[in-house]
Every structure is written in structure tokens, then in C-alpha cells.
Design a protein around this ligand. Structure first.
Ligand SMILES: NC(=O)c1ccc[n+]([C@@H]2O[C@H](COP(=O)([O-])OP(=O)(O)OC[C@H]3O[C@@H](n4cnc5c(N)ncnc54)[C@H](OP(=O)(O)O)[C@@H]3O)[C@@H](O)[C@H]2O)c1
Length: 338
């Protein structure tokens, strides 16, 4: 492996508490393509190279294997626990009274950790679908967003902070109307918002809203998730790495267009969490944050490539009576309640 990256060179983002965290993390969702062993091996290599932020979730079905690797990392004294920033997320079938506490307990035990740095409510619905299910699959128990149900999950997240099991809590896959409804009810505010962000889907309003509320935006699918399964693709989806401004910058900087998507994300100010199990990829991904930045003109050209192209539509979470995946995202500025 190439020499480790110099931690002092990695740009930092600041949480509302004032704590600094790295400007990029490693995603761990192997989807149908990469199994738990492969993903955990990448976590090992990535931490050795210099990644300090690892984005986990119970639904990724690999926390146990990642836990073994973390144990190895600590035994080999690659890093101490306090140098890492590990996130996890509660899945949609564990939002009920007591269940968030139980699910967090399971993630902690699988990961072999005494605390998590950040714990997310993965989706703002208790609507379950089995991992890997078909895009047309629907659960008859699915229902629209409910402030009360969400707060039942959130108050348990707050309890996890009180108990010292989690340092920060966050929300994911939210919209501005949902945030407007729940933020005033939070005793502990979200420190971060995990949201889909890539050049063809920049979510400028939600991005600015998060920043204005001192919530750090963490960007998932930062490369446009080129390896996502067929069932998660539609004919309208844009390929980020082929966008003209991205391709042009890649030529200028002599790097893969994926790397340009990450440079853009870091320079814009979100925390991208690219997934990769390939050392040459995850090394160049983190390295790109410390060298050869995009010019102002390149940043502006990529800003103009926004196509409002959401890739993770979430259609499997739809309820009976919903018109289409757009209902999950409150596109008319109001929470869709039926
Ligand atoms: N909160 C949520 O609801 C949510 C939803 C989705 C994802 N996430 C998180 O976000 C993470 C990232 O999202 P994602 O995995 O869907 O998409 P992504 O990071 O945009 O794309 C990952 C894929 O990009 C390719 N890639 C990575 N680095 C590259 C490089 N330097 N050059 C060329 N290709 C490169 C790899 O494809 P190949 O393997 O084919 O080479 C890799 O599998 C997930 O792992 C997960 O942690 C969260």
C-alpha cells in the first residue's frame, strides 16, 4: 500500500459542537455486488491509508465483519478508538418504542464498540422492505410520514446520547417540510443530515437549509452510485461521470471523473462518503481532497450540471394510495400525508 496520507492535510468540517471531523468518509453499502468480507477488508485498508470516518448501517448486513476489522485495527494500534468517527443507522423496522435502543445495542455489539460517534434515523418512515427486494415490492403495512412516529424514534436517539452510547445523532433522507415539522420538537438537534448529493443532484435548497441550521450535510452516492443494482436504475437517470463539466475537469486534472465528483463535493462543503472496495480507488478518492483542487471556473461549471436527478427514489417504501415515489419527497413543499 502507498504511504499513509498526512492527517494534518485533510480538510475538516465543523460540527455544531465545534468538533472537527474529516471532509470525507468511506461508505460501506456493498449492495448486491460486494459481500461483507470484501467491504470489511476495504474498511481495514482504508483506515490504514488514512480514512477516519466510516459510514455504517445495520441494514448493510456487514457490521459484524466490520467489527472484527475494527478490533484488528485497534489491536495493531493503527489508530485508537477516539481517532475514528463511526456512524450507524437504525433501519425502518426498528422505529417503535424501545426498538431504536435495541437496534443501536445490536450495532454496538456487532461493531465491537462502546459508543458510536453518530447515529442516524436511516429513513423517516417505519416502512420496511427486505434488503435486496425487487423495486416493485410493497409492504401493505407501509404508511406516510407521521411526526409522532418519527419523534418516537428520535426521542430514543436522544436517550442514546443521554446514556453515552452515541455522541451525536442525525437524520437521513429528510425534506425541508419534514425538518420544519420535527426540528422544534427535538430536545437534541441533529448534528448531521445524510442526503443524496452528486453533480446531477445537488439539492441546493436542502443543502443550504442544513447549513443554515448548523447541521452538517453528508453526501451519499457522491459518484452517482455507478454500481447500483439494475432494480435501482431508470431510463432517465443521468450518469454523473459523463456530465460534460465533470469529464472536462477530469481531462484537465488527468484523473478519473469519479474523483472530480469527490473534489467538487469536498470543495462545496458537504462530506462525501464514497464507497469502494478497490485500494487504488479508495486511495485516490481520499487523496484527491488534499491536492490539485478544482478551479473556481470548474466548480461553477459543475454547479450548472444539476439535473435534479434523484437516484435513490425510495419507491419500495411507498404506502397504499401513494401516487409515486415523488410522494416520499414532499415536492409541493408540504408533507404528503396520504
Ligand atoms: N443514508 C442513506 O439512505 C444512504 C443511501 C445510499 C448510500 N448511502 C451511503 O453512501 C455510500 C456511497 O454510496 P454508493 O455506494 O451508492 O455510491 P457511490 O459512492 O457514488 O459509488 C460507489 C461506486 O463508485 C465506483 N468508484 C468509487 N471510487 C471510484 C474511483 N476512484 N474511480 C472510479 N470508480 C469509482 C465503484 O464502482 P465499482 O465497484 O464498480 O468499481 C463504487 O462501487 C454507501 O456505501 C453508503 O454508506 C447511504
Amino acid at each position: 500500500m502507498e504511504n499513509k496520507i498526512d492527517q494534518n492535510k485533510i480538510p475538516r468540517r465543523i460540527l455544531s459542537s465545534g468538533e472537527e471531523i474529516p471532509c470525507m468518509g468511506l461508505g460501506t453499502f456493498g449492495s448486491d455486488k460486494y459481500g461483507a468480507e470484501k467491504v470489511s477488508e476495504a474498511v481495514y485498508g482504508a483506515i490504514k491509508y488514512g480514512y477516519r470516518l466510516i459510514d455504517c448501517a445495520s441494514v448493510y448486513q456487514n457490521e459484524e465483519e466490520i467489527g472484527k476489522v475494527l478490533h484488528r485495527i485497534f489491536s495493531e494500534k493503527v489508530v485508537e478508538r477516539k481517532e475514528l468517527f463511526v456512524t450507524s443507522k437504525v433501519w425502518n423496522d426498528m422505529h417503535g418504542e424501545g426498538e431504536v435502543l435495541e437496534s443501536c445495542g445490536k450495532s454496538l455489539s456487532d461493531l465491537g464498540l462502546e459508543y458510536l460517534d453518530l447515529y442516524f434515523v436511516h429513513w423517516p418512515f417505519p416502512n420496511y422492505h427486505a434488503p435486496g427486494c425487487d423495486g416493485d415490492a410493497r409492504n401493505p403495512d407501509s404508511r406516510p410520514f407521521s411526526v409522532d412516529e418519527f419523534m418516537t424514534a428520535w426521542h430514543q436517539c436522544e436517550e442514546l446520547v443521554d446514556k453515552g452510547l452515541v455522541r451525536y445523532i442525525g437524520m437521513s433522507n429528510m425534506t425541508i417540510p419534514k425538518l420544519e415539522a420535527v426540528l422544534p420538537l427535538c430536545r437534541i438537534k441533529p448534528a448531521a443530515l445524510e442526503m443524496e448529493l452528486h453533480p446531477s443532484f445537488q439539492q441546493p435548497e436542502l443543502f443550504e437549509y442544513a447549513k443554515a441550521h448548523d447541521i452538517l450535510p453528508i453526501g451519499y452516492c457522491p459518484i452517482g452510485s455507478p454500481s447500483r443494482p439494475e432494480r435501482d436504475r431508470t431510463a432517465e437517470d443521468v450518469v454523473d461521470t459523463q456530465l460534460p463539466a465533470v469529464a472536462e475537469a477530469a481531462k484537465n486534472h488527468q484523473v478519473h471523473p469519479a474523483v472530480i465528483c469527490l473534489k467538487w463535493a469536498v470543495q462545496r462543503g458537504q462530506i462525501p462518503i464514497p464507497f469502494s472496495v478497490k485500494p487504488d480507488q479508495y486511495i485516490s478518492n481520499l487523496k484527491c481532497a488534499v491536492e490539485d483542487p478544482l478551479t473556481k471556473e470548474e466548480m461553477e461549471a459543475i454547479a450548472k450540471e444539476d439535473k435534479n436527478c434523484r437516484l435513490v427514489k425510495g419507491q419500495v417504501f411507498l404506502w397504499e394510495g401513494a401516487k409515486g415515489w415523488e410522494d416520499l419527497w414532499d415536492l409541493n413543499g408540504e408533507i404528503v400525508t396520504k
